[in-house]
Write a protein that binds this ligand. Structure first.
Ligand SMILES: Cc1cc2nc3c(=O)[nH]c(=O)nc-3n(C[C@H](O)[C@H](O)[C@H](O)COP(=O)(O)OP(=O)(O)OC[C@H]3O[C@@H](n4cnc5c(N)ncnc54)[C@H](O)[C@@H]3O)c2cc1C
Length: 545
């Protein structure tokens, strides 16, 4: 058959590149003195940029998990079947230590090094990051029961992925989930009705439901339930020590907008055996220790989506021509690309800064604990909120190809809103910032002190910080203005970090657009005078290893 036409002006696939070669990530590690993490990061980058890993991501997305509630004889089995590619992703992530290395090997930059790897590996598939993140996050909460932590922490941090269903203590590596949300309340978990009845042997029997429980094939879960002393946190294994299945029944898997490679289930607990973690009645403060880590990963995940989207957009624009010139050379497209890149740099920079702060906070630094508490709520709100519009614009840079699955842009687009919904939806994250201030008024001063270290360099930033301080004066209307004020806090924090640590061209573009008062509501509205060449070049992946 003769060809009807020659294929030209299509963009080569973005593959066989080092996905870690992204300046804001590398600069964060260098700035913090984590030079010894660079080599490992590039290894992750080369795998993430390989055709093989990209294929694992594609297959996991194309073949979502399937729930098998019963075997062919009618016995309940409650198993979830995944595509083998999903298990490849999990194996790689666990072997990289993304699920727990900072707890097993707590060096001065352990959380930062792990966060940078998450940002690189997460580009391949966001869905499996969920159980990886929950396993990472469970450790600080589990430590509220020393006996359980001593037994399970080594297995939760072991670099072995074992998806078989066996009693956890007989396995070489474990994965963890969390089960809080019920039909009548997700943000308001205190509305939970699952009951926990104490037994004479010290265990509890849990009865009730959970409306969302992701990664239901995990080995262990932290579950919230109402004990005699109030809402409490419980450790619940899927398989009991005697090898029998715990009475945790999977009702359905959610048919989700995105996040398809990850199973999210509805669960019923029917006298399921569990053990108390922390004190009775202290369920929320206990599980919040876990949520505080997953919120960090939401921020990292949104930044990851942005850096992936920006890379695809710049790569496309470098290779695609229209009206006689490459898209990357067309002034308006340069404005869009640079604006996307600025957002991505700001988000990555703040996410890595929060991870470095986590290193100091987990080492017991009180100042870091206070600063992290307020800055994490601020950033979880804002970075995750920016994700969906960033994804939409990055997708559009690829034109019609961007709307087609093969481009992987629809995946980024579907994934983006999720990070803003779970672990504290937009309003809840914004209100959580105000709660942090109300509970610990000095945290606001600590936050402003951090901003003040960047003043005196850029007058637009200085004015924005002064305006922000003024906006806190009217306490009576704070809740109504929470999104506005927390968004301004986030912009000021990102601006301060870029002024101190970012590339001057990026810091300038950020301040002149985000902090100068005439910011357009869409991407591609940077004013003239911005150095788009440097900004776009930093965001453009260098293909070929
Ligand atoms: C894909 C997916 C996976 C999930 N996996 C898990 C999991 O593994 N484990 C788990 O426990 N949960 C999980 N969740 C649940 C998730 O954490 C909740 O959906 C989320 O916390 C919001 O709770 P909700 O759905 O009950 O919404 P609601 O709490 O009813 O909130 C609805 C809206 O009201 C807003 N709102 C709430 N309170 C206020 C207020 N005081 N003022 C103003 N606005 C307010 C919220 O911001 C939100 O926009 C998952 C959700 C999704 C989508």
């Amino acid at each position: 058959m003769t060809a009807t036409h020659e294929v030209f002006n299509q963009v080569p696939p973005l593959t066989n590149f080092d996905a870690a070669d992204y300046p804001p990530l590398l600069e964060a590690l260098q700035r913090e003195g984590a030079h010894d993490a660079l080599e490992g990061l590039h290894e992750v980058g080369r795998l993430a940029g390989s055709e093989e890993a990209q294929r694992w991501g594609d297959l996991s997305e194309a073949h979502p998990p399937i729930l098998r509630t019963h075997d062919r004889y009618g016995h309940r089995i409650d198993e979830v079947e995944y595509d083998p590619a999903y298990h490849h992703l999990m194996t790689a992530a666990v072997e990289m230590g993304l699920h727990g290395a900072p707890w097993a090997d707590p060096g001065p930059h352990a959380h930062l090094a792990r966060a940078a790897k998450m940002a690189v590996w997460g580009r391949v598939d966001a869905g499996h990051s969920c159980p990886i993140s929950m396993t990472y996050a469970v450790v600080p909460a589990l430590r509220h029961n020393r006996e359980l932590a001593e037994q399970y922490e080594p297995l939760l941090t072991a670099r072995v992925y074992d998806p078989t269903l066996r009693p956890p203590l007989t396995k070489s590596g474990l994965i963890a989930g969390m089960s809080m949300t019920e039909k009548q309340g997700g943000s308001d978990v205190r509305a939970g009705t699952t009951r926990a009845v104490p037994q004479s042997d010290g265990s509890y029997l849990l009865t009730g439901h959970k409306w969302f429980t992701s990664a239901p094939m995990s080995d262990i879960f932290l579950v919230l339930a109402q004990a005699p002393g109030g809402l409490s946190c419980f450790f619940l294994p899927r398989i009991l020590p005697d090898g029998t299945q715990n009475r945790m029944h999977l009702q359905r898997l959610k048919d989700k907008l995105g996040n398809r490679s990850n199973a999210s289930s509805e669960v019923e607990y029917d006298d399921a055996v569990a053990w108390l973690v922390g004190e009775e009645g202290r369920g929320v403060p206990t599980i919040i220790e876990m949520v505080n880590m997953t919120r960090l990963d939401c921020t990292i995940g949104s930044a990851t989506g942005m850096l992936a989207g920006t890379a695809q957009a710049t790569h496309h624009a470098v290779h695609r021509s229209a009206f006689g010139a490459h898209l990357v050379d067309q002034p308006l497209m340069r404005n869009v690309l640079a604006d996307l890149a600025v957002e991505s740099e700001a988000s990555t920079t703040v996410a890595m800064w929060l991870a470095a702060l986590t290193d100091r906070a987990t080492a017991g630094d009180e100042h870091a604990i206070t600063l992290r508490r307020i800055s994490l709520a601020v950033s979880k709100y804002f970075v995750c909120k920016r994700g969906p519009i960033h994804a939409a614009e990055a997708l559009e840079c690829l034109g019609g190809n961007g709307y087609v699955e093969e481009s992987r842009m629809p995946r980024l687009y579907r994934e983006a809103p999720l990070l803003s919904v779970w672990e504290g939806s937009g309003n809840v994250a914004a209100l959580d910032t105000l709660r942090a201030v109300a509970k610990q008024p000095e945290s606001l001063q600590v936050f402003f002190d951090e901003l003040d270290t960047a003043t005196g360099v850029d007058s637009r930033f200085d004015i924005a910080v002064e305006d922000l301080k003024t906006s806190f004066r009217d306490f009576g209307t704070l809740e109504h203005r929470a999104r506005r004020i927390v968004g301004d806090m986030a912009l000021a924090l990102q601006g301060s970090l870029l002024i101190r640590y970012g590339h001057p061209a990026v810091a300038d573009a950020f301040c002149v657009s985000r902090l100068s008062g005439d910011w357009g509501s869409v991407f591609g509205t940077l004013p003239t005078g911005v150095d788009t060449s440097v900004i776009i070049d930093r965001a453009t992946p260098k293909v070929g290893l």
